[in-house]
Design a protein around this ligand. Structure first.
Ligand SMILES: [Ca+2]
Ligand SMILES: [Ca+2]
Length: 251
């Protein structure tokens, strides 16, 4: 809003006898027109500049308070999200532990076999060729493991990691291309699902360095930080490895 200007007429009286300049002989009323803005009028309670400074200062304080409140809200939100994530992780861990405990206490797997998802798994502690390993599994009414899901690969990978006596301990699984080179079949005669391949980088390569016949059998557990569960390597079937047997739980 524009400030109202008020015209003040100020009358002053020059005293008689002042002869410096030619002056009227009678009292002379001199009128001066002085204009003030309303807010600058003498006698106003607060000067305009002071009011402006005060206004700016108040705005700054309000802005500062809002900034602090906003920062506090952002921090509180961050802390809440972090705690929520941690809680979910803890809950998932508890659920996994409860599931494992239930499987272990309620499983009908024989001693030495580990239960998981309705199956029993045997991890050998001695090494042998792929054929010998398969024969041993069959002698225990099982077979070399067939991996049907990403979840099963994850379970086996976590188990294998905990069972390595040496860093280069690897385990035979029931996958081979010994019938036709490049055609990978599981021991139950099913073809390898393209969406469930877990080959280590650069594998399979059918390398002939160890055996001129190449490599037709698969072991898992390759070291050096497998990415995305990719730990399979084709090897000569005649090499000695540990192995994983599988069979259904007893009814
Ligand atoms: Ca091969
Ligand atoms: Ca290979």
């Amino acid at each position: 809003m524009a400030e109202a200007e008020v015209l003040y007429n100020i009358k002053s009286t020059r005293a008689r006898g002042n002869t410096d300049v030619a002056t009227p002989s009678t009292d002379e009323h001199i009128y001066s027109n002085i204009s003030y803005s309303e807010t600058q009028r003498p006698g106003s309670k607060q000067p305009a500049a002071s009011n402006r400074r005060s206004g700016v200062t108040s705005e700054r304080v309000a802005l500062l308070v809002l900034s602090v409140l906003l920062a506090a809200a952002v921090i509180a939100l961050g802390v809440t999200l972090y705690e929520n994530t941690q809680t979910k992780k803890s809950l998932q861990k508890l659920q996994d532990e409860a599931k494992n405990l239930t499987e272990e206490t309620c499983s009908s797997c024989e001693d030495g076999w580990e239960p998981h998802g309705g199956k029993c798994y045997f991890f050998s502690s001695v090494t042998s060729t792929w054929d010998q390993s398969r024969t041993q599994c069959k002698s225990m009414r099982g077979d070399l493991v067939v991996i049907n899901s990403r979840e099963e690969q994850r379970f086996l990978e976590s188990k294998v990691r905990g069972k390595k006596d040496k860093p280069n301990d690897m385990f035979w699984i029931g996958l081979t291309d010994s019938k036709n080179e490049g055609e990978w079949l599981w021991v139950d005669d099913t073809q390898l699902d393209p969406s469930l391949k877990f080959w280590y980088d650069g594998q399979p390569d059918n390398w002939t360095g160890d055996n001129p016949d190449g490599e037709d059998c698969v072991r898992m557990g390759e070291k050096d930080g497998p990415t995305d569960l990719k730990t399979w390597v084709d090897r000569s079937c005649k090499s000695d490895q540990k192995s994983i047997c599988e069979k259904p739980e007893k009814a």
